[in-house]
Write a protein of this length. Sequence first.
Length: 563
Amino acid sequence: MSRLPFPLSAKPEPFFSPDGMPSRTVVLVGMMGVGKTTIGRRLAQICGLPFVDADIEIERAAGCSIPEIFARHGEASFRDGERRVIQRLLDGAPCILATGGGAWMDAQTRRLVRRHAVSIWLRAPVSVLVRRVAGRAGRPLLAQGRPEDVLERLVGVRYPVYAEADIIIDCGDETVENGVQRVREVLGEYRRPVTVHVSLSHHSYDVLIGPDLISRAGAWLASHLPQKRVAVITDDTVAELHLPRLLASFEETGIRADVISVSGGEESKSLACYGDVMNRLLSTGIERKTTVVALGGGVVGDLAGFVAATALRGVPFVQIPTTLLSQVDSSVGGKTGINATAGKNLIGAFHQPVAVLADSSALATLPRRQRVAGYAEIVKSGLIADPELFAWCETRGGDVLDGDPEAMAEAVRRACAFKAAVVAADEKEQAAVGGRALLNLGHTFGHALEADLGYDGRLLHGEAVSIGLHLAMALSVELGYAPVEDLHRLDRHLRSLDMPVSFDWFRESFSADTLLHHMTRDKKMQDGKVAFVLLRGIGKAFTTRDIPSETVRNLLIREGCRP
C-alpha cells in the first residue's frame, strides 16, 4: 500500500504570534451594559488592532439608527442585516469587534465567528447589568417593560447560547484596566483545538484534539446536536473522574442530560449489558433527535455506539474518548459493537459519530499500562503505511509512555489523521485489496490471545495488539515478504519501552492449536480462510488469505506455544 496523504492539522495555534501581534479577530459577545465597547476599545489599543462596533457599522450601512430599523422593519430584518455586516467584518483584517447583545443568538453568525475569529463572552450578573443600563436611551428591547424584568428574561434565554463562545470571562465591578488585563491574559493562554476532519461519502465530522475539552463540551457540541438533549453512557470509574465537569458544561449551555453508567471492563460489551442499557435509555423517553454521548474508553465507545445505532433505528452519536487507545483508534471510524460467546465484536454496526472530542487532559489520569495499550495502535499505524510515523515513535515513544502531554497530544493527532484517511477511502471495509482491512494489522493474533484468556483483564486489547504486531512481522519474515532487519527494529523498539512482544511476556502457556481455532472464529473469515495483514517492510502492509494454517502453527510453536 502506498503512503497515505494525511490531512494533519498544525499544532494548536496561539492567539498572539511571537512578535506579540494577534493572529485573528476577537469578537466580544454579551448583554447590553456588560462593557463590550469600553473593554473592546482599550483592548484594541493594547493589541494594536482597529476597534469596530457592529452596531455603528449596521447604522452606517442602513443609513438610520437601530431604533429606526426596529420601528420600520422589525427585529428579524435587523438581525439579517446584522449578520451580513458581521460576515463582511470577519472577512476583513483582524480587529476587535464588539457585537450587539442579540447578535450571538443567530446560529449562522455563531458558525461564522467560530470559523474566522475567537469569541469571548463577557458575563455579568443581572444586578450589574441593570445598574449600567439604567436611564440609557436607544435600546429598543428595554422599551418592552421594566429593565429588570426584560434583562432577567433575556438572560434566561441568552446565557445558555452565549456559553457556546470560545472563552468565558466574568465581569463585575472591576475597573476597565483590570477587565482588559484579564481578557489579555486569557487570550495569551488560549489555544484553539486541533481539528482532524473525517470526510466520508455521505457524512463528515471533526475530531477535536486539545486540553480540557470536557469542561467546554457543551459549547463545542451544541451546534452538532439536533436538539439540546443527550444521554451520556459512561462507566463507574470514568464517571467519578470526568462526569461532573461534562454535566456542568451541558447545564451551562442549556443541554438536558440523562446518565447511564455501567461497570468498567470488557464484560460490559455483552448482550446482557447491551439489553440493560437499551432498556434504561428507552425508559428516559428519548427521541430520534436525542444524542447518545459516549464518555469513556473503547468498551464504553463500542457499547454506546451500538446502542445509538440500534435505538429507534439510529440516533445521533458523539464520542468523548478518555483513554489513549480509544482516542487514537476506536473513537474514529464508526465501528461499534459488542462481544458474543463465539468471539469479540461479532455483533455490531457501522455508525459514524457526529463529533469526537479527544480531551488530552483526560490522559493525565491514565496509568502507564493504559498508555502502553494505546501506544501499540500508534505503532501499528506507522507499520501499515507511514515509515515517518514509525520513526517518530522511535524518537518520542518513551515520552508518550511517560505521560508527556505534548507528546501524547501529537501522537493522537498523527494517529487520528492516519485513520481518518484510511476510513475516508474505505468506510465499511469493502475494498477488495488493502483499504480499511489493513487497520487489523496484529489483530488476528491479538484477538485470538484475548479470546483464549476470556477477556478477563489479564491482557488489554492494546497489549494483545503489541504482541500481534511482532507475530505479524515475524510471519512476514518467515514467508520471505519482509527483511529480518525490520523485525529486529520493531522488536528493539517495543522491548526498549517494556512493551509486550511475544509469549515470554505471559505467565500462562498457550496452545498453538487453540489459538488457531480462535482465529477461525474471526468475523473477517471468508470461504473458510483466515485473513492476515502482513508486511513487506515497515510502512508496507498488505492483506492475504493464502497463509497455510500449518505455517502459522509452526510459527506459534517457535515463538513459545505448546502444540
